[in-house]
Each structure stands twice: as structure tokens, then as C-alpha cells.
Design a protein around this ligand. Structure first.
Ligand code: FES
Length: 357
């Protein structure tokens, strides 16, 4: 079923560092099923700020079995939503929230025994934290190694919690901090997680990448690119590399002009759109399928409109569709005909998309 926003009460705002706060939500019993989540997934929050409808995705940092729903929001210079959270939001307020979603996750099982590596930068720790907590608790035979980059020690989100987990799971959890604004004794840890440092970290701290079950990467774009290429260059299979992109790159000029051409060809094409169990005919009237559906009065879900969050995901059940950015989808989802409707344009007649699939 497609997801809808629910008004949730903010139970608590927890300061994590000088510029990061966690929001803990009260989930009433009747919504607990809808808000069940997998470690690594995120919530889409919606608020009206200065008269503007603003939506953002934030990852849950808690583990699914903790009974707590908490996201962490770091202030971004000039960031409308993150500064509003830091300055204005307080316990007792309500926020509109979409049920958890996202594919930055894995299946956990007690009988699995594997070594998982997380490579995180700044607030990219949030979903990784959820994965660390969950793996340590639910897979007694598995290990987690975390490489975590920050500016300095005062900006490390979850510093104490990570130390506590390390004490508790001494032989199953390792965390290595990389700081680019603070000098420590070991050269390897002095600086950001760029390609060179990721290479060295893999060599000295991780060992043979083929022995690692899964890699989870989340943080600034250049860090994620460095980590991804370092792993691909070592022959790590793509299916073992999980990446959560919070920001999207611009499409290449060639792709942008190809999409523009398709958009003008598709103008007026009538599509069939299924949402909440109803199927309607919708003309392609805007620059993508999502906006066309909304223009026709369908409450199709969205958050980022940049191909990142997958809130606008739907399945193509007939016809052909071209997609620009697809960061928010896994290769498997693409193979199963899922699209990000905010990035998609019909390529010819007879297109049917289903948001409920
Ligand atoms: S709205 Fe976020 S991927 Fe489409």
C-alpha cells in the first residue's frame, strides 16, 4: 500500500552534539504496525516552515526491537529544516511523518555469522548506528567494524554510545575514528576518509575484503564515492555494497537533454496510475510522472524529488518508462520494474504504474 503522513507527537528532543539533535517520537499503539522498521531505514518528516511545505528524510538511529523511534538531525548551514528543528521544535509538538522506508538494510538472523563493515561520515552515522545496534544484539556470531570520519572529537555524534557498545561487545565491535581537524598519535587517523585513507584503512584495519559479508556506506558524497570505488576496485560485488545517499548529484548534460526530449514527446500521453487501490487515467502534464499524478489530483507520495529517498517509488506494470536519477533504488528493484516516479517519463503510449505494488 502507498504510505501516508501521520501526525506524530515529539516525545523528546535529545541534544547529541552542539549542532545535532535527535527527535524521539511517540508512536501510538494503533500506528506501531505501520511504523515497524528495519535497521537502516529512514522517516520522511514534513513541516510547514514560513508558509512553505518542507519535507526531509532522516534515518532512524534506534534498533527495531528497542521500541523507540528516534531520528538524528544535524544542522546544515542555511538548512531550513535542520535549523528549524534545532531552534524551534520542542517536546509536545507534532510533526507529519511517513512510515519508515528505504533499502539501506539487510536481513538479520540469529544463526548468521558474518563480518560487517560500516564506513560513515558526520551525520551519516545515523542509519549505521541502527545497523550496529541491531547486528550486535540479534546476531551473536557476527562482528561489526566501523570506520567513522568527523571534523573533531566534539562533533562526533554517538561518541559515548559507541564507546559503551565497544565495552559491552569487546570482541565483536570495533570503531575507528578519523578526524580531519584534530591531530592524534596515529597518522592513519588524522584526516578525512578520502580514497587514500580508505585504501589504507582497508589494508591495515579490515584485511581481505572478500571475507566481509556486507559494507554499509553513508556520509558526504566524496567520502561515499571514495569508499565505493575502493571496494569496487578490489572486486567487491556490488550487491554487498550498500550506500545511502542523502544528497543527489546533478544529471549529466547528455542525460538531461535526453530527458528533456522525452518530456516534450510525452506531453499529453495518457497513463494509467494506481494508488490506494484505485486506477485512474492521468495525462503526462508535468515534467515527470509524480508531478503529473499530483496535478491530476492523486496524492502520490514524495519527499526529495531528487531521486534519493524512494518515497515516490512505484512499479511499472505496462509500457516503457525512462528514469533519470535512480539513487534511491537497488539494482534488484530496477530489475523488478520499480521506478522513482519523480525521475520518470513515459516512453510511448500504454504506460501503467502502480504505487501500491
Ligand atoms: S521523491 Fe524522493 S526519490 Fe522521488
Amino acid at each position: 500500500m502507498s504510505a501516508h503522513f501521520h501526525a506524530l507527537r515529539v516525545a523528546q528532543i535529545v541534544p547529541e552534539t552542539a549542532d545535532a539533535n535527535s527527535i524521539r517520537f511517540d508512536i501510538p499503539p494503533e500506528l506501531r504496525d505501520a511504523f515497524r522498521f528495519k535497521a537502516g531505514q529512514h522517516l520522511t518528516l514534513k513541516a510547514t516552515i514560513d508558509g512553505e511545505d518542507v519535507r526531509r528524510n532522516y534515518s532512524l538511529c534506534t534498533s527495531p526491537d528497542s521500541g523507540e523511534w528516534m531520528v538524528t538531525v544535524k544542522r546544515i548551514g542555511g538548512g531550513l529544516f535542520s535549523n528549524w528543528v534545532g531552534d524551534t521544535l520542542k517536546a509536545g509538538d507534532t510533526l507529519d511523518v511517513l512510515p519508515p522506508h528505504g533499502s539501506f538494510t539487510t536481513d538479520f538472523a540469529e544463526g548468521i555469522s558474518r563480518h560487517v563493515v560500516g564506513i560513515a561520515g558526520g551525520s551519516g552515522i545515523t542509519p549505521v548506528m541502527s545497523l550496529v545496534r541491531t547486528l550486535l544484539k540479534s546476531e551473536p556470531g557476527s562482528r561489526f567494524t566501523l570506520l567513522y570520519g568527523n571534523r573533531d572529537s566534539s562533533s562526533i555524534i554517538f561518541l559515548e554510545e559507541l564507546a559503551r557498545l565497544k565495552d559491552r561487545y569487546l570482541d565483536r565491535f570495533e570503531v575507528f575514528h578519523f578526524l580531519d581537524g584534530e591531530e592524534g598519535d596515529f597518522e592513519l587517523f588524522n584526516g578525512m576518509l578520502n580514497r587514500e585513507r580508505v585504501d589504507e584503512a582497508i589494508e591495515h584495519l579490515i584485511g581481505d575484503p572478500a571475507r566481509i559479508g556486507d559494507w554499509f556506506i553513508c556520509g558526504p558524497g566524496p567520502m561515499m564515492d571514495a569508499a565505493e570505488t575502493a571496494l569496487l576496485d578490489r572486486g567487491v560485488e556490488r550487491s554487498r555494497i550498500h550506500i545511502e545517499r542523502f544528497t543527489a548529484d546533478r544529471p549529466t548534460a547528455a542525460l538531461a537533454s535526453q530527458m528533456a526530449e522525452l518530456q516534450s514527446k510525452a506531453a499529453g500521453i495518457v497513463m494509467s496510475v494506481t494508488l490506494d487501490g484505485r486506477t485512474r487515467k492521468v495525462p503526462f502534464s508535468e515534467s515527470n510522472i509524480l508531478d503529473s499524478a499530483r496535478e491530476a489530483g492523486l496524492p502520490a507520495p514524495f519527499a526529495c524529488k531528487a531521486g534519493v529517498c524512494a518515497t515516490c517509488r512505484a512499479k511499472v506494470t505496462a509500457g516503457k518508462v525512462e528514469m533519470a536519477a535512480r539513487y534511491g533504488l537497488t539494482d534488484e528493484e530496477v530489475a523488478e520494474s520499480y521506478i522513482l516516479t519523480c525521475q520518470s517519463v513515459p516512453d510511448g503510449d500504454g504506460v501503467a504504474v502502480d504505487y501500491d505494488a
